[in-house]
Design a protein around this ligand. Structure first.
Ligand code: AVJ
Length: 318
C-alpha cells in the first residue's frame, strides 16, 4: 500500500542549507550550479522529453538491454526484494521491471518531490499489491533511509547513468554509502554510460530541437525561485559537448552579454562569454566501471551491454 501514516513526500528545498550552498557556488571564481537543481517540476518534464529525442541514446539503449536480458537479470538479482530506486523521476524504468523483479516493497527516491509524488500516485493504481514508500530527498550527499524501508533483500536501482553526474572519486564514495545500506543479502543494479564516438555524445547533449538547451536554461528559473534571483534567461545560451581530456560531457550556460545578477544576500557580474558550469556526465570504460564498484566494496559484478557496447547494466552483489 501507499505509505499513509508518515507525511507523503517531504519538501526538499526548505532546508536552510540550499540557498547558502547555491549562493556559494554562484559566487565561486568559476561559477557553477549543482545539476540536482535541474530537477524542478518543469525540469523533470523536460528530462522526460530528452529521453524521447532521437539523439539521446542512453534511455533507449538501456531499455533495450533490459528487453533483451531482463529474464537473466531477474534470475541474477532475484525476486521479492525491497527495490530502492535512486533518482526515480517518473518511476517508468522501475515499473517496466516490476513484472520481472516482483518487488515486495518499492522505495522511489527523487529530489523532484512533487513530480515523484504525482508519478507514484498513478503507479500505485496499477500495482496495488506493492508497498510504495516515496521519499522526496537529495540522496547525493547523505543516504538516510527511514525505518519504514525494509532491511531485508535491498536491491538498489540506479539506472540511466546518473552516476555520471559525480566525479569518479565522488562516485566511489557514493557507491560506498550505497554498499553500506545494502546489507549482506542486497545489491545494486546500475546503468552506466560507456565511452563512445564523440560526435554521438555531442549530439546527445546538444540536440537539434533544443530540448536539452531548455532543460539546462530552466535551471536559472529554478535558481530565480530558490534564491529570489533575477537571471534573465534570454541572455544565456546552452553549451553541451564532450570534453575528451576529462572523459565527460559538460553542460554550461554562457552569458551572451554582460550580466548583473542579484539574489537574496548576494550579487555578481558575469562578463559577456562567461560560463556557469551546470553538469558533468562522465562516460566510463566497462573495466573502469567494474573497478569502481569493486573499490566501493561490492563483492562481485555481472555486466550486460547492447550490441554497440554503448551502455552497460551492471549487477553488483554486496
Ligand atoms: C539524468 C544525469 C543521466 O547525464 O545524461 C541529459 C542528464 N543532461 N541531458 C545525463 C542529462 C543532459 C542525464 N542524467
Amino acid at each position: 500500500m501507499l505509505n499513509a501514516t508518515s507525511p507523503a513526500v517531504p519538501a526538499v528545498h526548505d532546508g536552510l542549507h540550499v540557498p547558502a550552498e547555491l549562493a556559494a557556488s554562484l559566487s565561486a571564481r568559476q561559477a557553477w550550479i549543482s545539476p540536482k537543481f535541474l530537477y524542478d517540476p518543469l525540469g523533470s518534464k523536460l528530462f522526460e522529453a530528452i529521453c524521447e529525442l532521437p539523439e539521446y541514446y542512453p534511455t533507449r539503449t538501456e531499455a533495450g538491454i533490459f528487453d533483451l536480458h531482463g529474464v537473466e537479470i531477474a534470475q541474477t538479482v532475484g525476486t521479492g526484494a525491497t527495490l530502492i530506486d535512486l533518482g526515480a523521476g517518473n518511476c517508468a524504468k522501475a515499473a517496466s521491471l516490476f513484472p520481472l523483479l516482483q518487488p515486495r516493497q518499492y522505495v522511489p527516491i527523487d529530489i523532484s518531490a512533487e513530480f515523484l509524488h504525482d508519478a507514484v500516485e498513478r503507479l500505485h493504481q496499477r500495482f496495488r499489491h506493492i508497498d510504495m514508500r516515496p521519499l522526496g530527498m537529495d540522496f547525493s550527499s547523505r543516504l538516510d533511509l527511514p525505518d519504514s524501508v525494509r532491511a531485508e533483500r535491498r536491491l538498489f536501482f540506479y539506472p540511466g547513468s546518473s552516476i555520471g553526474n559525480f566525479t569518479p572519486d565522488e562516485a566511489r564514495d557514493f557507491l560506498q554509502r550505497v554498499h553500506a545500506q545494502c546489507g549482506r543479502d542486497g545489491g545494486l543494479l546500475i546503468g552506466i554510460d560507456l565511452a563512445k564516438d564523440h560526435a554521438v555524445l555531442d549530439a546527445a547533449y546538444d540536440d537539434a530541437l533544443g530540448v536539452t538547451a531548455a532543460f539546462n536554461l530552466n535551471v536559472l528559473r529554478h535558481v530565480n525561485r530558490l534564491l529570489d534571483a533575477d537571471f534573465d534567461i534570454r541572455q544565456w545560451r546552452h553549451r553541451g559537448f564532450y570534453n575528451p581530456a576529462q572523459g565527460r560531457v559538460e553542460m554550461h550556460l554562457e552569458a551572451q552579454t554582460v550580466q548583473h545578477v542579484t539574489w537574496r544576500g548576494g550579487s555578481r557580474r558575469f562578463a559577456a562569454g562567461e560560463w556557469i558550469h551546470t553538469e558533468n556526465s562522465y562516460k566510463y570504460r566497462q573495466s573502469d566501471a567494474v573497478g569502481l564498484l569493486g573499490q566501493a566494496g561490492f563483492a562481485a559484478t555481472r555486466v550486460w551491454t547492447d550490441p554497440k557496447q554503448w551502455f552497460a547494466v551492471v549487477y553488483a552483489r554486496a
